[in-house]
Design a protein around this ligand. Structure first.
Ligand code: SF4
Ligand code: SF4
Length: 369
């Protein structure tokens, strides 16, 4: 039977708040079967890059935390450090950003643990039977958690077309090495103008792949693509070559999502927030106007089905004028193609289905308003 995806709109009334709906969505999706007494539960979310304001609201996350505690488990909020240099590059800046955005024990009732360690290099190699990967580097805290509750802000994405549960799992649970492997198939490059020949990158490269003469040089024959040097260069001279096109990147991301769920396909539940549907990801240091009105929330146990249902619900809406949407404003028009005409977002869904991450078919059950 096709997986059931539950949908709640945003209408509320006395004694029927959005918090109640979050609770009901997760229970009906089966959180009680995924989370057991004493479990360490990774609540995977995105704390938002500084300057961005469309990330999930901490008060909603608090409700999820409370529910997990009611089930006798131990939740922690988590995300991995970014590949690029920004306000979530290392665990210290990432924690500071999380607190600045309202995610602290005092507000959400659970500790924040940055997955992948201080510099994003603490991971485990997980076997995956994919087209691009035989193994994937997944952050240790994700692998070691007993269960996953994946909270995703559903929105557009400039490489994947849209970002939802699959992206939150695939890119969001990868170590720096794993993120680099998804974005690029070549070693990073040195921007000579920025290099001051300090030699810091040489100390951090565990594979002796960098030499410094007048400027640093990366030797591709020795580089394993761990991404360590990108973070450690004090001048930002070492840069990612964003070589992967949108289609390959989406396929790779789906394979990483499968790896992140390894051993936990029965221990994971997904909740997508179809609100403030910005054209681009919360990794950007700003958020442009929403491309459609707020839709609601979806929940389920299948990351492919929930993303397919979420895309369909967004596309069914009328597009907003005065937004990044260039065309397809009519209900039923493809909103993500309307922002990124050249990106076929369906690739992440079809590849995910092909490799056994889930199914694009679903039954939509609407909760009472
Ligand atoms: S750390 Fe950066 S500035 Fe220093 S040698 Fe390496 S590339 Fe050049
Ligand atoms: S990506 Fe890793 S292996 Fe390659 S040069 Fe940088 S630190 Fe060395």
């Amino acid at each position: 039977m096709d997986p059931e995806i539950f949908f709640a709109d945003l209408r509320t009334r006395h004694r029927r708040t959005l918090f109640d709906k979050i609770d009901e969505l997760l229970r009906r999706a089966g959180i009680e079967r995924c989370v057991r007494t004493g479990d360490l539960v990774a609540v995977k979310l995105h704390f938002g890059e500084r300057g961005n304001a469309s990330f999930l609201r901490p008060v909603f996350v608090r409700r999820v935390v409370d529910l997990i505690k009611e089930l006798g488990a131990k939740p922690f909020l988590t995300d991995t450090n970014t590949l690029y240099r920004g306000s979530r590059t290392d665990a210290v800046s990432h924690l500071e950003t999380a607190v600045l955005h309202g995610f602290s024990y005092a507000t959400v009732g659970a500790p924040v643990v940055i997955a992948g360690g201080l510099r994003g290099n603490t991971g485990l190699k997980i076997p995956v039977s994919g087209k691009h990967f035989r193994e994937a580097s997944v952050a240790a805290e994700i692998v070691h958690a007993d269960a996953l509750v994946v909270l995703s802000h559903f929105k557009g994405h400039d490489v994947a077309g849209f970002g939802g549960a699959i992206k939150n799992l695939g890119m969001g649970c990868a170590t720096r090495e794993g993120k680099l492997a998804q974005h690029s198939d070549v070693s990073p490059k040195v921007k000579a103008k920025r290099c001051v020949a300090c030699g810091e990158c040489v100390k951090w490269c565990a594979h002796a792949a960098i030499t410094v003469d007048e400027k640093a040089r990366i030797h591709p024959d020795r580089c394993v693509g761990c991404g360590e040097c990108i973070l450690t260069c004090p001048t930002g001279a070492i840069q990612i070559r964003w070589t992967e096109g949108p289609l390959t990147m989406q396929e790779k991301m789906a394979e990483y999502a499968l790896a992140a769920l390894h051993g936990k396909q029965d221990r994971a539940v997904f909740l997508n927030f179809l609100t403030q549907i910005s054209p681009a990801c919360d990794c950007h240091g700003h958020n442009d106007a929403a491309i459609v009105p707020d839709v609601g929330l979806t929940a389920g146990r299948d990351p492919v089905a929930i993303d397919q249902a979420s895309v369909d619900l967004v596309n069914a809406c009328p597009g907003r004028e005065n937004s990044a949407l260039r065309c397809n404003h009519e209900p039923g028009g493809d909103k993500f193609r309307g922002v990124y005409p050249q990106i076929d977002w369906s690739v992440q869904l079809s590849h995910a289905e092909r490799i056994g991450l889930g199914t694009r078919r679903y039954r939509l059950t609407r909760l009472d308003s």
